[in-house]
Design a protein around this ligand. Structure first.
Ligand SMILES: Cc1ncc(COP(=O)(O)O)c(C=O)c1O
Length: 367
């Protein structure tokens, strides 16, 4: 900043930012949209029930999760706000998936990247961040990531991206091929093109905020259901309408937070469902078997919620569709959620939820 005779100027290089935005836009143009898969519900049901389930497969983004969309939006938002320039170190607080996607965009722009994450983050995610030149910095509990990321940003003279605050505002909720616009466009030729429900989990809350706002903006009759794992602040806050709730750490990577994140917008959520961790893991395993490929644990949480809503529709004699997400692939979690030893070490018993899933497939009944 220089000031002379009533004139003040900020000398930020616009040409570097122009080029960075062009690099991100060109990368987006080379990328394809994600598939909307039809989930194979039992064929015997088709003579009794007129329902359909769809999975928006966000695992097929180049960085492997729905956080790819968010990372692109956060970089564009920060660039257009003049917050990052040539040589800015990017720092992010994350449970892993966002950091993988942000490491990709930092590398695209030739910027240093530091991920501040809980020590429990899966080794596969750490390897993916490091393979893109990112550095991982660990804290003991997920509630410590915010202050530590801020501190690292100050120490390095870098920029704290703060996905938990900026997710809801960095995404263009009216369209621009956001996840909601993409889902509704891909549903257009289906039997029930306007879903009864869209089911998602919340990490930042950005995905649910985008979908909830878009549903209202387009005046669709669709309900938005947010599924939440054990030990997350979102469900008790929503149920009790108190947003100062603080909890322990979620065990389902990517979703559930120890505090109500600023990007979580409860007023656009029509229903929340608390999902036990054993149910999320049993559902992730069940769906992985059905699809013939592994899905992540939060996808299990999503499917648990979606199955419950389908059973509710059938019990009420309603037809229609439900859409949920494959948030990431299960290959990142071979040593944890897909390991019987790890599950037993966590003191979890999957027998009850696994049985409920069998009953669901048989009778479309729910617990
Ligand atoms: C792996 C993963 N990350 C993040 C999220 C949540 O996204 P957001 O940060 O937009 O709330 C989900 C939700 O399903 C998820 O499964």
């Amino acid at each position: 900043m220089s000031a002379r005779a009533g004139i003040a100027v900020r000398s930020v290089s616009r040409s570097w930012a122009d080029n960075a935005i062009w690099l991100i836009e060109a990368d987006a143009r080379r990328s394809a949209d994600t598939h909307l898969l039809r989930y194979p519900l039992p064929s015997a049901w088709s003579t009794h029930f007129d329902i359909a389930l769809y999975l928006k497969d966000e695992s097929t983004h180049i960085t492997g999760s729905l956080k790819h969309r968010l990372a692109r939006s956060l970089f564009l938002y920060a660039l257009c706000n003049g917050w990052i320039g040539e040589g800015t170190t990017i720092v992010e607080a994350s449970s892993g998936s966002a950091a993988i996607s942000e490491a990709y965009f930092a590398s695209l722009l030739g910027l240093q990247f530091v991920a501040v994450m809980p020590a429990s983050t899966s080794s596969a995610k750490v390897a993916l961040i490091e393979s893109q030149g990112g550095r991982c910095h660990f804290v003991q509990n997920s509630s410590e990531v915010y202050a530590e990321a801020q501190r690292v940003a100050e120490e390095t003279g870098g920029h704290y991206m703060d996905q938990f605050t900026n997710a809801e505002r960095a995404t263009d909720w009216r369209g621009n091929n956001n996840i909601a616009e993409s889902i509704f466009a891909q549903m257009r030729d289906e039997q029930h093109p306007i879903p009864e429900w869209i089911v998602v989990g919340a990490g930042t809350g950005g995905t649910s905020a985008t979908i909830g706002r878009y549903i209202r903006y387009r005046r669709h009759a669709t309900g938005l259901c947010v599924v939440d794992p054990e030990n997350s602040a979102f469900f008790p806050a929503y149920a009790g309408q108190r947003y100062d709730v603080v909890t322990a750490s979620s065990r389902i990577e990517g979703i559930g937070r120890p505090r109500v994140e600023p990007s979580f917008l409860p007023d656009v959520v029509d229903r929340m469902v608390a999902v036990p961790d054993a149910a999320s893991i049993a559902a992730a395993r069940h769906v992985s078997t059905v699809l013939g490929r592994r899905v992540g644990p939060s996808t299990g949480t999503n499917l648990w919620g979606a199955f419950g809503l389908l059973a509710e529709m059938v019990a009420a004699g309603r037809s229609g569709s439900v859409v949920t997400l494959i948030a990431d692939s299960g290959d990142r979690y071979a040593d944890t959620y897909f390991s019987d030893e790890w599950v037993a070490d966590q003191g979890l018993d999957l027998t009850g939820p696994a049985q409920a899933l069998v009953e669901f497939e048989r009778y479309c009944s729910w617990i």
